[in-house]
Design a protein around this ligand. Structure first.
Ligand code: BG6
Length: 369
C-alpha cells in the first residue's frame, strides 16, 4: 500500500502535486472565478465579516499563520492566528461578525474542537478546513471546505499541509472576490497562478537529490536552525517542526528580523542554518534584508543552506548549499518552499535510523486536550 515507496511519508510527499490539483478541482471556473458554494455561509454573511480568527495545532497552525498574510493582504479584514490550545483560555473577543477558521487534517484534534465550540458559543461563525469527511470538527462547524489530499497515514503532515494552504488561499481569495477589494485584478491573477502551481511543486520534487545528500551529511549534527521572513517565517517554523518530529533533533525556526534580538547568539562554527529567501520580485526590501542576514550568520561561521528562487543570483556568494525553487508569487511561495524541508527532514531522520511514519511519542491525531 506504500506504492513502492520506503515509507508512507515519501509516498505522501510525492503525491503533493495531485493533492494540490484535487483541492482546486471544480472550485475555479474557466473565467478564473472562484465557486465555493459548498461553503454554506452566504455572501451576505461573508460581506459582514469584520474579523477572521484562525485556530489550529501543529502543522495546521503553520498553514494558519500563512493564511493570515493572505487574508489581510487580499481582503483587508483583520486576521489573527492562534494556537487552538491557547484560544479559549484567554476569553477571546468574538461576535457574530467574527469568522473563525478551524484547520485540521483529521478533524478530531481535541484542542481545535474545543476552540471551535467556544467560538460558536460566543456566536461566531465557524468554517472548518478539513481533510476527513464527516469527522467531528466539520460536523460541529457552520461550514466546511474540504481539502482533497486523500488519506494521510504518516504522522508528520505533508500533503495535508499543502492542501490546507490551498484551502486557505481559496478562502482568502473568495472573501476578496465576494467583498470586492482594490486588489480585484491581483486576485484574478493569483487565482490563475494558483491553478498552475502544482507544476511547480512537481518540479521541486524532481530536483531533490542534492537535498537528500545534504540531509545525510548533517545526520550527526545536534542543531539545525531555520530562518524566514513574511510567509517564509511560518515555512521556517514548519521546517523546524518536521525536523523535531522526525529526526529528534534540536531545531528552531526564527523570523530573520529577530536574529539580531537574540538568536544570533546561537550561531557558531559549523551550525547549519536553513534560510528561506523571499521572492526577489516585488518584495525587494525584504529580499535585501535577508541577504544581509545570510551574510551576517555566515561571517559568524554558520553553514548556510539557502532556499531561493531560480534566477536569484544575489544569494549565490553566501550559500554553502543552494536549493532552487521555481519563481512563485510571494504569497504562494510556501507551497513550493516547504517541499525541500519535508524531504530534508525525512531523509535526515532515515539517516539517523528513525522510523519516519511513526515517530516516537507522537500520534496522528490527538483526541485529548
Ligand atoms: C499533531 C500531529 O498531534 O496534530 C501533527 O502529530 C498535526 O502532525 C497536529 O499537525 C494537528 O492535527 P490535525 O489533524 O488537527 O491537523
Amino acid at each position: 500500500e506504500k506504492g513502492g515507496y520506503a515509507s508512507f511519508m515519501l509516498k505522501e510527499i510525492a503525491e503533493q502535486p495531485k493533492a494540490v490539483t484535487d483541492t482546486l478541482l471544480g472550485r475555479i471556473d474557466p473565467e478564473g472565478t472562484l465557486h465555493l458554494d459548498e461553503v454554506r455561509i452566504t455572501r451576505g454573511e461573508l460581506r459582514e465579516v469584520d474579523k477572521v480568527v484562525i485556530v489550529a495545532c501543529g502543522t495546521a497552525y503553520h498553514a494558519g499563520m500563512i493564511a493570515k498574510y493572505a487574508i489581510e493582504h487580499w481582503t483587508r479584514i483583520p486576521c489573527e492566528t492562534e494556537l487552538a490550545s491557547e484560544f479559549r483560555y484567554r476569553d477571546p473577543i468574538l461576535d457574530p461578525h467574527t469568522l473563525v477558521v478551524a484547520i485540521s487534517q483529521s478533524g478530531e484534534t481535541m484542542d481545535t474542537l474545543m476552540a471551535l465550540r467556544h467560538a460558536r458559543e460566543q456566536g461566531a461563525k465557524v468554517l472548518a478546513i478539513c481533510n476527513t469527511n464527516g469527522s467531528t470538527i466539520p460536523r460541529e462547524s457552520d461550514a466546511v471546505l474540504y481539502t482533497h489530499a486523500g488519506p494521510e497515514v504518516a504522522v508528520a503532515s505533508t500533503k495535508a499541509f499543502l492542501t490546507q494552504l490551498v484551502a486557505c488561499y481559496l478562502v482568502a481569495l473568495y472573501l476578496g472576490q465576494v467583498r470586492g477589494t482594490k486588489w480585484g485584478d491581483e486576485i484574478r491573477t493569483v487565482i490563475r497562478q494558483l491553478s498552475e502551481i502544482s507544476g511547480s511543486v512537481e518540479r521541486v520534487l524532481e530536483t531533490m537529490e542534492p537535498v537528500r545528500e545534504l540531509a545525510r551529511s548533517l545526520a550527526s549534527h545536534d542543531t539545525v536552525l531555520f530562518l524566514g521572513r513574511h510567509v517564509g517565517f511560518p515555512v521556517a517554523l514548519e521546517g523546524a517542526l518536521k525536523l523535531k518530529e522526525l529526526a529528534y533533533m534540536h531545531a528552531e525556526g526564527f523570523a530573520a528580523g529577530e536574529l539580531k534580538h537574540g538568536p544570533i547568539a546561537l550561531i557558531e562554527d559549523g551550525v547549519p542554518v536553513v534560510v528561506v529567501v523571499p521572492s526577489p520580485a516585488g518584495r525587494s526590501v525584504l529580499h535585501g534584508k535577508i541577504v544581509s542576514n545570510i551574510q551576517e550568520i555566515r561571517a559568524r561561521g554558520a553553514r548556510t543552506v539557502v532556499i531561493a528562487e531560480e534566477g536569484d543570483e544575489e544569494v549565490v556568494p553566501y550559500a554553502d548549499h543552494l536549493i532552487r525553487i521555481p519563481a512563485t508569487p510571494t504569497l504562494l511561495q510556501p507551497l513550493v518552499a516547504t517541499v525541500p524541508l519535508q524531504v530534508f527532514a525525512c531523509e535526515l531522520a532515515t539517516a539517523r535510523g528513525n522510523e519516519v511514519d511513526q515517530p516516537r511519542n507522537l500520534a496522528k491525531s490527538v483526541t485529548v486536550e
